[in-house]
Design a protein around this ligand. Structure first.
Ligand code: GLY
Length: 341
């Protein structure tokens, strides 16, 4: 079992990583809590939903929300709020989100909003959640106009990453987690390939924790966690979400490397390292599906949330990955043309 601290002024918290980590849940729940509102989904393994076994001294109520992005809405938040009111959840009590990234985003936002903010603990049951979504306090829901447009930064009081949950994770969800995990190979000089899964997940959490601690509300450096995401977001929209987020990130990482080469920042060998991680280690797709055109993707990339000033990319280079704003369309299109060929 490994424990990683997310170091924040006054609000540092622990992430417990390992097989059987759920047994540590009780240590993460603030001592003031008497009532526990569990937010989860159908299909989450029963040993992670039935939290009464780990919290015998608490009154535990389970609230199921719908599956999929279409259930990540304000009306889901409203029905959770009615449930919280019905059980008399107070500021001393706690919300526990049990599931993948969608569940922890919704549970976190419900906790951030209830009584203007009560504690939340996340029990992450997907690889993507463990290495990304459950860590760092981004919470929120979608609007018909776009993904994650309504939300809050609301740090959890603790996170459980129980690797037993990965044994039953559907293969596509596992692939999505690997796509998100792949980006960490390029954020530091660490040899993640040399690590076993538990150590590797814990190291990804540690890398994310260090970045979040340096820029909690994404004034700048936190955007590094979006390596590979500029094209990925465009691909998700252009394919009408046929490509899932982690699958698109895997392709976006290869594109980011090719763009880095086009901009003269990295060489062929470094691009090849990206291919070895994404295609070799994780066996993920490195090219987008047929039928996409460069103009559509460029125009979607202009709409990226990071793009405050022209096209913005996270690009690799001699000093590591950096946020680069105002990127010229010429290298962007040149890399894209070769990429789509
Ligand atoms: N998923 C990127 C972040 O938490 O900042």
């Amino acid at each position: 079992m490994r424990r990683v601290t997310v170091p924040l002024p006054d609000r540092s918290y622990e992430v417990v990583v390992g097989n059987g980590a759920i047994a540590e849940l009780v240590d993460l729940v603030p001592s003031s809590a008497r009532r526990v509102a569990v937010v989860t989904q159908p299909g989450i393994p029963v040993q992670f939903r039935e939290l009464g076994a780990y919290l015998p001294d608490h009154e535990v109520r389970v609230f199921e929300i719908g599956v999929g992005e279409q259930a990540k809405t304000l009306s889901t938040i409203e029905s959770l709020m009615s449930g919280f009111a019905g059980m008399g959840l107070t500021r001393n009590d706690i919300v526990i989100g049990v599931g993948g990234g969608m569940v922890t985003d919704v549970a976190g936002f419900a906790a951030a909003s209830w009584h203007r903010g009560i504690p939340v603990v996340h029990v992450s049951t997907s690889l993507l959640g463990m290495v990304d979504a459950a860590i760092g306090g981004k919470t929120g829901v979608n609007l018909p106009e776009g993904k994650n447009l309504v939300g809050a930064f609301w740090q959890p009081s603790g996170v459980v990453c129980d690797l037993d949950a990965l044994a039953t994770l559907p293969p596509r969800e596992m692939r999505c987690g690997l796509g998100e995990m792949a980006k960490y190979h390029f954020l530091t000089g660490d040899d993640l390939l040399a690590m076993e899964l538990e150590e590797r997940i814990a190291r990804c959490v540690e890398i994310k924790a260090e970045v979040v601690a340096s820029d909690e509300r994404e004034g700048g450096r936190r955007a590094l966690l979006n390596y590979g995401h500029t094209l990925a977001h465009a691909l998700e929209i252009a394919t009408d979400h046929d490509l899932a987020h982690g699958e698109a990130v895997a392709i976006g990482l290869i594109y980011a490397a090719e763009l880095g080469r086009e901009m003269g920042r990295i060489d062929d060998a470094r691009v090849q390292q990206h291919v070895e991680v994404v295609a070799g280690e994780y066996d993920l797709m490195t090219r987008p599906p047929d039928g996409l055109d460069a103009d559509t993707l460029v125009s979607l990339m202009h709409r990226d949330k990071k793009a405050l000033e022209g096209l913005t990319f996270i690009v690799d280079g001699d000093d590591g990955v950096e946020v680069v704003t105002g990127v010229d369309e010429v290298p962007v299109r040149a890399a894209l043309q070769r990429f789509l060929a």
